[in-house]
Design a binder for this molecule. Structure first.
Ligand SMILES: Cc1cc2nc3c(=O)[nH]c(=O)nc-3n(C[C@H](O)[C@H](O)[C@H](O)COP(=O)(O)O)c2cc1C
Length: 360
């Protein structure tokens, strides 16, 4: 069967199915898998599915504005591309392809330090709003070099991912003997990431004015510490369930973190966000932006830049419909009163947001 053109894909589920057909088993397992029993992966979905909506009606929703500001930058949707290492194993052009899609659609991109073709070439590829995410694999001077390069190449914020003190056991990769080229040499320098503490956050804040994002906050206590250190963005994440197994779903911890941050930093979130309704739930809980991890990789794998742009268009349509049916005309109109707890109806899983996928 010929690969469909991106515009022929009418549902996000078709994007997932197209990616599944395109990717060889190793990269597929790498993209979709999680740590050990994948309980955290499932809890991300379970937490989102445990939230129902309380729609308000008769509120003139003939005009809907689903745009947002993310760290003060305009964005077509309140979402951004989460950092993905090794994107080059999923799509030709790797990070540059993601940057082109982000620019074309109009949302920010966060580039991973373990993604090719690297910080400079990705910046040159497209004029997207961009943030840079670093895995610390060297000393302070090594980190400083990355900050300088990020500043020189127009990155609007710097991100430290802090939920990888240890690299987890991703069993799909181990069972499939998938050797990730970008992990080569990582074990020799893993002590740098393991040795991170709030001292490095303080050092960064004392030295640089480039906004700092701490990615991988999963408790209200750590969110509080991040705020005390003057961090601009508390990024609630469990790495898509790829690091600590048996964690809570991010949508379950988000309200506690929002209350502990009390508006002193932006709160971003990711983990299992696959549908427009998922994004709307996070905003109603008080997040200002949602990161797309696997969905970004799936869009790119399905049909390159047009595939990801198409996935974002479909997501946008879902967000707009959800806003309208909730009786609000903009993301700012969402409140926790639009939500209510409810028992999930789906068995949670990495693709449980796509109930018709099984019929593929
Ligand atoms: C294939 C893949 C590679 C990833 N690489 C990185 C990375 O290099 N740096 C990082 O901070 N997070 C990385 N993550 C985690 C994502 O940034 C994000 O936290 C997670 O994917 C969100 O969950 P979701 O995939 O369910 O949307 C990766 C995730 C995936 C799926």
């Amino acid at each position: 069967m010929n690969a469909p053109h991106a515009e022929e894909l009418l549902t996000l589920q078709e994007i997932v199915a197209a990616a599944r057909r395109k990717l060889p088993p190793g990269p597929w397992a790498y993209l979709v898998g999680g740590a050990e029993t994948e309980t955290t992966v499932k809890r991300n979905r379970q937490a989102l599915d445990a939230i129902a909506f309380r729609p308000r009606v008769l509120r003139d929703v003939s005009r809907i504005d689903a745009t947002a500001a993310i760290l003060g930058r305009p964005s077509r949707l309140p979402v951004f591309l989460a950092p993905i290492g090794g994107l080059e194993s999923l799509v030709e052009g790797g990070g540059a392809a993601a940057a082109r899609a982000a620019a074309q659609f109009g949302i920010p991109l966060m580039l991973s330090s373990v993604c090719q073709p690297g910080l400079e070439q990705t910046a040159a590829a497209a004029d997207a709003t961009r943030f840079f995410q670093l895995y610390v694999r060297g000393d302070d001077a090594w980190v400083d070099d990355f900050v300088r390069r990020a500043l020189d190449h127009g990155y609007a914020a710097f991100c430290l991912t802090v939920d990888v003190a240890m690299y987890s056991r991703r069993e799909r990769d181990l069972i499939g003997r998938f050797v990730k080229p970008w992990r080569k040499g990582a074990s020799e320098v893993s002590h740098f990431q393991a040795g991170l503490s709030w001292d490095q956050v303080k050092r960064y804040k004392d030295k640089y004015s480039l906004p700092l994002i701490i990615k991988g906050i999963a408790t209200a206590e750590d969110a509080q510490l991040a705020v005390e250190h003057g961090v601009e963005v508390v990024y609630v994440s469990n790495h898509g369930g790829r690091q600590l197994d048996h964690g809570l779903g991010t949508a379950a911890v988000l309200p506690h973190i929002v209350s502990s941050v009390r508006g002193k930093a932006e709160v971003w979130v990711d983990g299992g966000f696959m549908r427009g309704t998922d994004v709307v739930k996070a905003l109603a809980l008080g997040a200002s932006a949602v990161g797309l991890g696997r969905l970004c990789g799936l869009g790119l794998a399905a049909a390159g830049v047009p595939g990801l742009v198409r996935a974002l268009e479909l997501l946008e349509e879902e967000v707009r419909i959800c806003l309208g049916l909730l009786g609000v005309t903009s993301c700012a109109g969402l409140t926790p009163q639009h939500l209510a707890p409810a028992p999930p109806v789906a068995e949670p899983g990495v693709f449980s947001a796509f109930p018709h996928l099984a019929n593929e």
